[in-house]
Write a protein that binds this ligand. Structure first.
Ligand SMILES: Cc1ncc(COP(=O)(O)O)c(C=O)c1O
Length: 360
């Protein structure tokens, strides 16, 4: 059996250790996962109720057009319904973009380290990958511009960037967009949009009229707390959406995900509370880093990347044995850092205490 040659160079996604496995291995009654930037407060009760109400319909295929959710999202972000494409998580929108725009004759430009699925999917399509190193955790947009040529079809801008939590300012993004050739799609991945507090973070939706080559990605997995349901979306001009739609599976988002997302949008207070608690949680980590003189990247997301000045697997393992699963920087291109999802106040205090002991 001959699979595509480029698949041989890829590893399947390595998820963190499951909670149950860690409990068993270290004989722990409580294990906390702060590894995947999930919402420690769960999701809106309205979303849970909507799921229960939908259970009678499980035998029926979902609406492949996600009409109700489409109307709600269009209203929420203030775009036209035909300017949205839904995915089984924004992961799938990344995959659809790659299927639609990349092939072995094209190249794609992205930062490194950044969210790994851009590269993963681009490799599968056989495209050339052009990676530009972050500078102090930030996208080097000037260098990314230099990497663009007539064969470039997609450029990825992850803001806030996973795993650094840094963001691209409005001025920097506008300057970049004004120089990117029109044949290149600029994908601005805003998975952590709802957490951002920085005043000069761009409101990209308002740029869609000026830039037909702009696509914005958002998700219900983070601040809305619906990661397990797999639902996210892309926003771009209607013609582009129409062109890439055939690369989407017909029933790619489930009934449960659609109704939960509709209900989640109807509970803005839940997201607002999570945003405020996340900000306080970040402060707990900043204070810890400053006390112990550890370098970190100020984050606009719900996670923080901290430099422990030693092999990150060591710190990762020490936390694991105490029941805290985080993300070792080794797998993220930061071999002395840990990426820790901001948890509840108690979870943050507990993990900080363990880290203090360990660093001492
Ligand atoms: C930057 C970024 N984009 C996209 C995703 C994918 O999110 P989902 O597929 O759950 O919508 C993630 C998940 O961690 C992410 O960090």
């Amino acid at each position: 059996m001959q699979v595509k040659e480029q698949l041989l160079s890829l590893k399947p996604y390595q998820p963190g250790k499951p909670i149950e496995e860690v409990k068993k291995e270290f004989n722990l009654s409580k294990v906390v996962k702060l590894a995947s930037n999930e919402n420690p407060y769960g999701c809106s009760p309205k979303a849970k109720q909507a799921i229960v109400d939908e259970l009678e319909q499980l035998a029926i295929y979902p609406d492949g057009y996600s009409a109700k959710l489409r109307t709600q999202v269009a209203e929420h972000v203030k775009v036209k319904e035909e300017e949205i494409i839904f995915g089984n998580g924004s992961d799938e929108v990344v995959q659809i973009i790659c299927r639609a725009l990349l092939n072995p004759q094209t190249n794609t430009v992205m930062a490194t380290p950044t969210f790994p699925q851009y590269k993963h999917n681009a490799v599968i399509e056989g495209a050339e990958i052009r990676e530009v190193s972050l500078v102090n955790g930030d996208h080097n947009l000037e260098e990314m511009l230099k990497q663009i040529d007539e064969n470039t079809t997609v450029v990825w801008v992850c803001t806030p960037n996973n795993p650094t939590g840094t963001y691209v300012t409005r001025d920097a993004l506008l300057n970049f967009l004004s120089q990117v050739p029109k044949h290149v799609l600029v994908v601005v991945d805003e998975a952590y949009y709802e957490y951002v507090l920085a005043e000069d973070y761009p409101q990209t939706v308002s740029l869609l009229n000026d830039y037909e080559n702009l696509m914005i990605l958002r998700t219900f997995s983070k601040a809305y707390g619906l990661a397990s349901l797999r639902i996210g979306y892309g926003i771009a001009n209607a013609e582009l959406i129409r062109k890439i739609e055939p690369a989407r599976e017909p029933f790619n988002t489930s009934r449960i995900a659609q109704v939960a997302a509709v209900a989640a949008l109807d509970d803005p207070d839940f997201v607002e509370e999570c945003r405020i608690k996340n900000k306080k949680g970040l402060q707990q980590f900043y204070q810890f880093c400053e006390e112990l003189k550890l370098d970190y990247y100020p984050s606009e997301g719900n996670f923080i990347l901290i430099d422990f000045n030693r092999d990150s697997d060591e710190v990762f393992q020490a936390l694991l044995e105490k029941g805290y699963i985080v993300r070792s920087g080794n797998a993220l291109g930061f071999p002395t850092h840990l990426r820790i999802t901001v948890g509840t106040e108690n979870q943050n205090n507990e993990i900080i205490e363990i880290l203090k002991e360990f660093v001492k």
